[in-house]
Design a protein around this ligand. Structure first.
Ligand SMILES: *[C@@H]1O[C@H](CO)[C@@H](O)[C@H](O)[C@H]1NC(C)=O
Ligand SMILES: *[C@@H]1O[C@H](CO)[C@@H](O)[C@H](O)[C@H]1NC(C)=O
Ligand SMILES: *[C@@H]1O[C@H](CO)[C@@H](O)[C@H](O)[C@H]1NC(C)=O
Ligand SMILES: *[C@@H]1O[C@H](CO)[C@@H](O)[C@H](O)[C@H]1NC(C)=O
Ligand SMILES: *[C@@H]1O[C@H](CO)[C@@H](O)[C@H](O)[C@H]1NC(C)=O
Ligand SMILES: *[C@@H]1O[C@H](CO)[C@@H](O)[C@H](O)[C@H]1NC(C)=O
Length: 524
């Protein structure tokens, strides 16, 4: 049993007075290892010997120089989920922007957590590696000069929660390659196990950084007997409402404060699967009071069922317009509701059978990875790698949507399927302005929240619902819009958005890094 130490985190919170835009250097080695998170010994992916990988704790505007050494027998990349990589899609770590790191090779990522705060994650973007581990927390703390809209907590805990299979990632790849969908997961893990303990002192308030690192399954998260006060969601300071439990969908993160104000004993921390018809999967951890007089009792009751409860909760997350963001100005000072959108991008997911195999698609087109990253092809003028929208041909294509830098667009995610969806956009966060049942129509816009919706990088789309988001395209580059549900992403439910300006300017986008890996048609 692991007792997580709080002392180090308290020191971290109080030590943030050093100079700005620090450089932080890391060397991470990726290897296979063995673990038995569900009681069965299996192969997992380790980073520096750890499963899950180490926390990447940093401060707003830190420069991260991270040498990633791949000692797997397959190519590998990490992506930094929610880190916007301003002007720098070169460091995004997905196959449309980077050549994968071959076995026994390395690549040094260089990126800045520019103007960001909050709870994020990193994870492998290649093949089905994410099913085996290699993920971890990426926590961006506020600079000491920027007041945050809540008292500095007495410590913080990272909870990486996700569904889990005992099959290896290669077995899952084979299954998907042969045209079968992912099976139902066998379990849920909290920090790579089903019984971790988090220990705190009575009367104190702790931050819980909760992320869904799973492949397929939404979960409901709660702490027996305690109220959860949500303070930040994917970089936005939200109105600080309290909840008995919260839903977190695949790829999303939520930051909450919990005060240890109950009788001193041990309490269950519970994550249970949502929106599934199969048997309810549950993982637990223990919240231990340092003066505890008793061990955990019965499990708390299950969360409310049904889509409506979750939709209502999602609508209750609002931007705190007067709170600071990463910069010392109110979040509401940019009136997103006044944006003039130049385009509506419809994104309808589907699960077609193509050439006899299960695939997933966007508007009927199932994405296939090119042999050369789109970003490299674009920069090196290699033609024929991708087709811009309007020129997509057939059911399988390397689809890229063309947009202009500084445009604003509306994206309508339409889900005709019975399965919940979660969609992520790299390089940006977007205002989630509405969720609605059935088919989106122009009159759906009348119900948009144009006042205090908040920005995030991943939105859920409920079964047979739509979700609408607004995006201000201020970050030039080649950006992946993808299902966060990794089997769907792997089988084609993704595309890229090329945010482009014909005038080459370093003010808009950095040049190709000198250490960029080359592959495919970019090889000399
Ligand atoms: C990587 O290095 C290991 C140890 O030197 C070696 O056994 C393995 O064959 C190498 N793999 C590849 C793909 O070169
Ligand atoms: C909003 O932020 C302000 C400024 O930091 C803070 O004082 C206030 O408590 C927050 N309001 C809510 C409802 O969270
Ligand atoms: C995790 O532990 C709880 C009880 O502590 C148990 O009910 C549940 O089945 C376990 N889940 C897995 C995936 O082993
Ligand atoms: C949107 O267009 C209106 C009418 O042309 C204009 O008044 C407004 O300033 C524009 N908004 C933005 C954010 O540019
Ligand atoms: C690619 O084409 C653009 C525009 O034609 C040109 O400015 C640029 O130098 C070319 N890049 C390379 C690497 O050839
Ligand atoms: C919603 O859209 C789908 C796909 O276009 C269509 O099959 C269905 O009939 C529509 N439903 C309603 C209620 O209009």
């Amino acid at each position: 049993m692991r007792i997580v130490s709080l002392i180090w985190m308290v020191g971290f919170w109080s030590g943030l007075v050093s100079g700005e835009d620090a450089y932080k250097y890391y060397t991470w080695t990726v290897t296979y290892g063995t673990a038995a998170p569900l009681g069965v010994s299996q192969q997992v992916i380790l980073i520096n010997g750890q499963f899950p990988g180490p926390n990447l704790d940093c401060v707003t505007n830190d420069n991260i120089i991270l040498n990633l050494i791949n000692n797997l027998d397959q190519h590998f990349l990490l992506t930094w989920n929610g880190i916007k990589q301003r002007k720098n899609s070169w460091q995004d770590g997905v196959l449309g922007t980077n050549c994968p790191i071959p076995p026994n090779s390395s690549y040094t990522y260089k990126f800045q957590t520019k103007d960001q705060i909050g709870t994020y994650t990193y994870f492998p973007s290649t093949l089905m590696h994410r099913a085996a581990g290699g993920f971890g927390a990426l926590n961006v703390y506020a600079r000491s000069v920027i007041p945050i809209p809540y008292p500095i907590p007495d410590g913080d805990f990272t909870l990486l929660i996700g569904d889990w299979y005992t099959a290896t990632h290669k077995a899952l790849e084979l299954m998907l390659d042969s045209g079968m969908p992912l099976p139902y997961p066998e379990g849920i893990l909290i920090n790579g196990r089903n019984a971790s303990t988090m220990s705190g002192d009575p009367g104190k308030t702790y931050m819980f950084r909760v992320s869904n690192v799973g492949l397929l399954t939404s979960f409901n998260w709660r702490i027996q007997g305690h109220l959860i006060k949500v303070v930040e969601v994917e970089g936005s300071h939200v109105i600080q409402n309290t909840y008995d439990s919260i839903d977190v969908h695949v790829g999303q993160s939520v930051t909450a404060l919990v005060t240890l104000d109950q009788p001193p004993k041990d309490y269950h921390i519970v994550a249970s699967a949502r929106f599934t018809e199969a048997p309810l999967l549950t993982a637990t951890a223990v919240l231990h009071y340092s003066n505890s007089e008793g061990s955990v009792a019965d499990m708390p009751p299950p969360p409310p069922e049904g889509v409506e409860w979750s939709v209502e909760q999602a609508r209750s997350f609002r931007w705190n317009l007067t709170a600071n963001a990463a910069r010392p100005n109110p979040q509401g000072s940019f009136h997103y509701g006044m944006m003039n959108t130049t385009r509506t991008l419809f994104v309808a997911n589907s699960a077609p059978v193509i050439e006899g195999k299960q695939r997933y698609a966007v508007n009927g087109v199932s994405y296939v990875n090119p042999d050369t990253p789109l970003k490299l092809a674009d920069c090196l003028n290699i033609s024929g790698v991708f087709s811009l929208d309007g020129a997509w041909r057939g059911e399988l294509a390397t689809a890229v949507v063309e947009t202009a830098l500084h445009d604003s667009i509306e994206i309508v995610f339409q889900n005709h399927e019975d399965a919940i969806q979660t969609w992520h956009l790299d390089g940006y966060d977007f205002w989630v302005v509405g969720f609605g049942e059935g088919n989106w129509t122009e009159s759906s816009r009348e119900g948009y929240n144009l006042v205090d919706a908040f920005t995030r990088h991943t939105t859920q789309v409920y079964p047979k619902y739509w979700s609408a988001v607004l995006v201000s395209l201020d970050n030039q580059g080649m950006w992946n819009l993808r299902s966060s549900m990794w089997g769907r992403q792997y089988l084609g439910q993704q595309l890229y958005i090329r945010v482009y300006d014909p005038v080459h300017s370093l003010a808009n986008e950095y040049d190709m890094p000198t250490n960029a890996l080359l592959c495919g048609r970019a090889l000399p």
